[in-house]
Design a protein around this ligand. Structure first.
Ligand SMILES: Cc1cc2nc3c(=O)[nH]c(=O)nc-3n(C[C@H](O)[C@H](O)[C@H](O)COP(=O)(O)O)c2cc1C
Length: 370
């Protein structure tokens, strides 16, 4: 590959060499079997991104226990031996193309569109409506039930077990999801966390559960296994949310996850993109700040198919990697296109005409060709 683009230069996270700075962002495709077992089609899907030259793939959020964690129907899990074997096929196919792959681990909390009685830090009804295209439940979210301290311990065990299974399944690491309004972000956010125990109150208390999960995963992993974390200001059900105290909140959040042992920080900027949501309300750049504060590798996100922007972020040391979501879905070979100066196909929401699954995309692509 040509080395003229900063995004095409080599890098590393922990001991893992990574061929370029282009990362596949985690994207839920609701394409697993009904019991959450990843399919052969998913293995083929992920291997295409490795073949297409992405330095690192972050596989979609997998649920971590069989109690309250599952977000959507046909979401993959990492709870049973069958889940683990399904994911093993995915990692083997990716590795056959010399790919690197990390599994994201997620608990839905109050945003579950799957479980009968969603559980969350506090009994606060989530804003907005359930996402379309992800299972049969739609409309308003119910008021969740409050997690007991025993439930919290079980959640921690679920993340740890899932991380151990990810090691067995051949992943290069896990990414702990504390973003976009899901469970760990519900703990982080004062609007959704009204607890008066050690997990509520101060921001240090509200980030505690995420840190305990990171610490457990890190302490129970071999040296070459990566434990990253995903954070965001915006939420799936509130795309205009900003950390209320800007850089002061960022200092506590980034500092805490780094102290807990996170190997990288991935800052999601969904919907309105990097220029909007990777900045505080008073315009401080968060990816650059995370890097300076912690010294950890940072992954920037939000519209990174704009390669000029992505190149400048890497060249100006605002981040170490950029992750690409929607545009990657129709350009599994985007890194190769960038290297050969070929045009990248624009993403269109029409792609979800038949649904969000990989099979629905394939149907749409066949239709678009005819
Ligand atoms: C269909 C779809 C599914 C997604 N699923 C996840 C997910 O499982 N975990 C996550 O952290 N973010 C998820 N996201 C957010 C993306 O990782 C990414 O942050 C977002 O699309 C913005 O990046 P982009 O501008 O490159 O699309 C999803 C986004 C889309 C479009």
């Amino acid at each position: 590959m040509s080395q003229t683009h900063p995004v095409l230069t080599k890098s590393a996270i922990r001991k893992l060499d990574i061929g370029n700075r282009l990362v596949l962002a985690p994207m839920s495709r609701a394409s697993a079997q009904d019991d959450g077992v990843p399919t052969k089609n998913m293995a083929n899907y992920y291997s295409e991104f490795a073949k297409g030259g992405y330095g690192l793939l972050i596989a979609e959020g997998a649920f971590t226990d069989n109690k309250f964690s599952q977000s959507y129907s046909n979401q993959p899990g990492m709870v049973t031996d069958e889940h683990q074997s399904g994911w093993r096929e995915v990692t083997e196919k990716v590795k056959a193309h010399d790919g690197r792959i990390i599994l994201q681990l997620i608990h839905a909390g109050a945003l579950s569109q799957h479980v009968d009685r969603p559980h969350a830090p506090s009994a606060v009804r989530p804003q907005g409506n359930m996402l379309q295209g992800y299972g049969h439940k739609q409309g308003e979210y119910p008021i969740p039930e409050i997690l007991s301290l025993q439930d919290v311990e079980e959640i921690k065990r679920g993340f740890l077990q899932a991380s151990l299974r990810a090691q067995e399944a051949g992943f290069d690491g896990v990414e702990i999801h504390c973003a976009n309004g899901y469970l760990l972000d519900q703990f982080l956010t004062d609007d959704t966390n009204k607890r008066d125990d050690q997990y509520g109150g101060s921001l240090e208390n509200r980030i505690r559960l995420t840190c305990e999960i990171i610490r457990d995963a890190r302490q129970n992993a071999p040296d070459d296994f990566i434990v990253g974390v995903r954070l965001s200001q915006a939420k799936a059900n509130n795309s205009d949310y900003f950390w209320p105290n800007g850089i002061a909140d960022a200092e506590i959040i980034f500092g805490s996850v780094a102290n807990a042992g996170a190997d990288y920080i991935h800052l999601a900027s969904e919907k309105n993109g990097y220029a909007y949501h990777s900045y505080t309300k008073d315009n401080r750049n968060l990816t650059e700040y995370a890097r300076e504060l912690t010294g950890l590798p940072v992954i920037a996100n939000g519209g990174m198919q704009d390669i000029e922007l992505a190149n400048s972020i890497i060249a100006d040391s605002k981040a170490d990697f950029v992750s690409i979501g929607k545009t990657a879905m129709i350009n599994p070979d985007l890194p190769k296109k960038v290297a050969s100066n070929n045009a990248v196909q624009d993403f269109t929401f029409d792609m979800f005409k038949f649904g969000v699954s990989i099979e629905a995309q394939q149907k749409w692509q066949v239709e678009a060709k005819n």
